[in-house]
Design a protein around this ligand. Sequence first.
Ligand code: BV8
Length: 246
Amino acid sequence: MTSIRDIPDALIAALRDARHVCVLTGAGVSAESGVPTFREAQDGLWAKYRAEELATPEAFLADPVLIWRWYRWRRELVAEAQPNSGHLAIAKLADRVPRFTLVTQNVDNLHQRAGSSNVIEFHGNIFEDRCFADGSLQAGDDGTAVPTCSECGGNLRPGVVWFGEAIPERALNESCAAAADCDLFLSIGTSSLVYPAAGLADLAKQNGAMVAEINPNPTMNAARFDFSLAGNSGVILPELLNSLSL
Ligand code: BV8
């Protein structure tokens, strides 16, 4: 069980003195809500697929029915999940520092359900539906095998960013600006494998921020962080929040 004594004093002091805290979250933050992380072997029907192979425009063009089945399975899974203590601590942390930016790679809406506002969804939102042809936001999934766009009649797709697709411009610009401006950057529950999201920590570091990660399995990039806290975000984040009250 992580306790205050396990969190470096320098990190607690940096949090207390921070003018601007920027947090980047990945799938690990939702793990304690029962949502499998992106690179954990998918279970059951999806065990034979790798997420990286399904989350591409090519996979959708090749078999839109399969991709819609995958995303509906994930939608149901995350809709039944509840925000965990890590999500809740992040939402409360935002009210305890002068300026706070939350960037998430997750598409599961759990930060918003935990009370976080102004969430920058770097990879989109699984509950949105967009026209595959022009990316416009559409009314929503009508339950057919592959829902169609009310404007052009073409296929709808889930409103997430697939591999090989650009990050939404506003999300990218706001995230880079926050990473470059912050004085404390927390990388939480991410393998730091996917770019450009993983590059935000470098941008923060290059601009003089203290950078820390929270992950039970220190990532291969741990060396570039000032601190790597080995543990579950649902345990460490409430402790970090408590440290502000002491
Ligand atoms: C782009 C939405 C250019 C879809 C996702 C070679 C080198 C570098 C980059 C590339 C390269 N080849 C290709 C690229 C680019 C590529 C990329 O980075 N590929 C990787 C695989 C190498 N990136 C892209 O394609 C991006 N776009 O570059 O565009 C461009 C520019 C202009 C014009 C056109 C194109 C787009 C990437 C977005 C992909 N979409 N998601 C969907 O969800 O279906 S990414 C996907 O990975 C998820 O969003 C996920 O969040 C994200 C990152 O994964 P993690 O969140 O880190 O999850 P993971 O399972 O990996 O790790 C979980 C971690 O949690 C683990 O470390 C675990 O230890 C930890 N954990 C577990 N339990 C806990 C915990 N931590 C804390 N507490 C716990 N309890």
